[in-house]
Design a protein around this ligand. Structure first.
Ligand code: SF4
Length: 457
């Protein structure tokens, strides 16, 4: 650090660290502090730094009048926004009410890549249907060619051609292509290994969308209108019943997680399934939940402990992209998702099998393993009702004017990690008022016990 002007930025950090138990300010910084504090030119800066150091986080509630001017009587929200609110009300407020935006830098951001993955997959699905190619008949060469074209068409629209501008970004483009090719071909194989048929991609629900919004009546007469876009819906028609599978593509490492559902942090899949089922209620008696899944669009990696053939490595990587979610506890659905479970005897599952597509394993005598992620139809309905109840609670809390920074903490995971509003929310764990909402992980058994208990109350 060469000048007093640059050094004062570091001094601010040192002053903050001074309050941490094991990080006392070093003598050189104490001297620097005395210098700035006793020099007329800099004293004002030190006063400001001290003010910032002891500033309190935002704790106010919005007034009824302000809430009504901001959101009105009918509040339209996507499911992911509600999840954002459940993660931290202030982050929601800053993003959707204040519409505070980060200064746009000319660089590729992680969310940009997420958008691009979705666009590539949407293009891919459209091409398949326009060229009248059945997912079941698709081969890897065709799949790769379509992704090549999809990336070429969609990437230039992203951030002013940014992906072509530097060697680093061009490498990123190659990586994006590689991940998309693997994802598309994996998804095609998933379809080919079962009986579910792709029904639609990017199905919107909301105002002026393919499906109407989900309407949730709130206290005091307000309404919450939920919208969203379902990445893909597949259908299995079997013996007069129609089973629905909903897939959400995720560019991160998202897993279906009971803790997150319980705390309203993961509502998308269940509400999307509910939206689809509700809007097909003319077939109410025959349309049923089949499965909900996250499909992760990422570069899979494996640990190689012994020598493996190319086929074994391919199979291990394929397994790494197994979907995460919940399956209806029904033999036809499980077999319809993965033929590996077909057995000679009708109505039973093949024994000692583990799927490389879905989170289901079967032990001897065709009994599901404890780890199989399944739920009965009755429990599926309870789960969808619970997700809607969580959405209602979040809607009511935000319409009551809640905006205080109140991030959760689950083990060492917090929403602050990638939040861009840190500089304005004043949430600082050094202050006694700023404490995380601690979330204890909930396992599946406890989750179901709590859901059933809540239902009885
Ligand atoms: S940094 Fe954390 S506390 Fe602050 S707005 Fe973001 S999520 Fe909330």
């Amino acid at each position: 650090m060469a000048t007093a002007k640059t050094a004062i930025h570091f001094l601010g950090e040192e002053m903050r660290n001074h309050f941490l138990p094991e990080k006392m300010m070093q003598d050189v910084w104490k001297d620097a502090y005395s210098y700035y504090n006793t020099t007329a030119l800099w004293k004002r800066h030190i006063t400001l730094l001290k003010k910032g150091l002891f500033a309190k986080e935002v704790t106010e509630h919005l007034s009824k009048k302000t809430v009504s001017r901001l959101y009105g009587k009918t509040f339209l929200s996507s499911v992911s926004r509600l999840e954002r609110f459940s993660a931290c009300p202030f982050a929601f407020f800053a993003e959707y009410a204040l519409k505070a935006k980060e200064r746009k830098l000319y660089q590729l951001q992680i969310p940009d890549l997420g958008i691009l993955f979705h666009e590539v997959m949407e293009y891919f699905s459209k091409e398949l249907s326009e060229q009248n190619i059945d997912w079941k008949a698709l081969n890897q060469e065709q799949s790769d060619q379509m992704i090549e074209k999809a990336v070429q068409e969609t990437a230039p629209k992203l951030s002013n051609q940014i992906l072509f501008d530097t060697a680093g970004n061009r490498y990123l483009l190659q990586r994006l292509k590689r991940i998309s090719k693997r994802a598309a071909w994996t998804l095609a194989q998933h379809v080919q290994m079962g009986d579910f048929k792709p029904y639609g991609a990017e199905i919107g629900f909301g105002i002026e969308q393919t499906l109407p919004p989900i309407v949730i009546q709130l206290q005091e007469g307000e309404k919450l209108l939920l919208n969203g876009k379902i990445d893909r819906v597949d259908i299995l028609d079997k013996d007069g019943k129609r089973y629905v599978k909903v897939i959400d593509y995720k560019s991160g490492s998202k897993e279906f997680d009971y803790t997150d559902i319980f705390y309203g942090l993961q509502l998308q899949l269940l509400i999307y399934l509910d939206a689809f089922l509700e809007n097909n209620h003319q077939q109410d008696d025959i349309i049923k939940p089949g499965a909900v899944f996250y499909f992760r669009m990422q570069d899979p990696s494996i640990h190689i402990k012994k020598e493996m053939s190319a086929e074994e490595i391919y199979a291990a990587l394929f397994r790494e992209l197994r979907m995460s979610g919940l399956v209806l506890d029904n033999v036809e659905v499980i077999q319809g998702l993965d033929h590996i479970f077909e057995s000679d005897e009708e109505g039973t599952l093949a024994e000692n099998k583990t799927s490389s597509i879905i989170p289901v394993s079967v032990k001897s005598k065709g009994v599901l393993k404890e780890t199989a992620q399944v739920a009965s139809e009755e429990n599926y309905k309870k789960l969808m009702a619970f997700a809607k109840q969580k959405a209602k609670e979040a809607g009511e809390a935000l319409l009551s004017g809640e905006i205080a920074p109140s991030p959760y903490r689950k083990k060492d995971q917090t929403p602050c990690e990638y939040c861009v509003y840190h500089s304005i929310c004043r949430f600082d764990t050094l202050s006694a008022e700023s404490q995380y909402r601690l979330i204890q992980p909930i396992n599946r058994k406890t989750f179901w016990e709590m859901i059933l208990k809540q239902e009885k109350q």
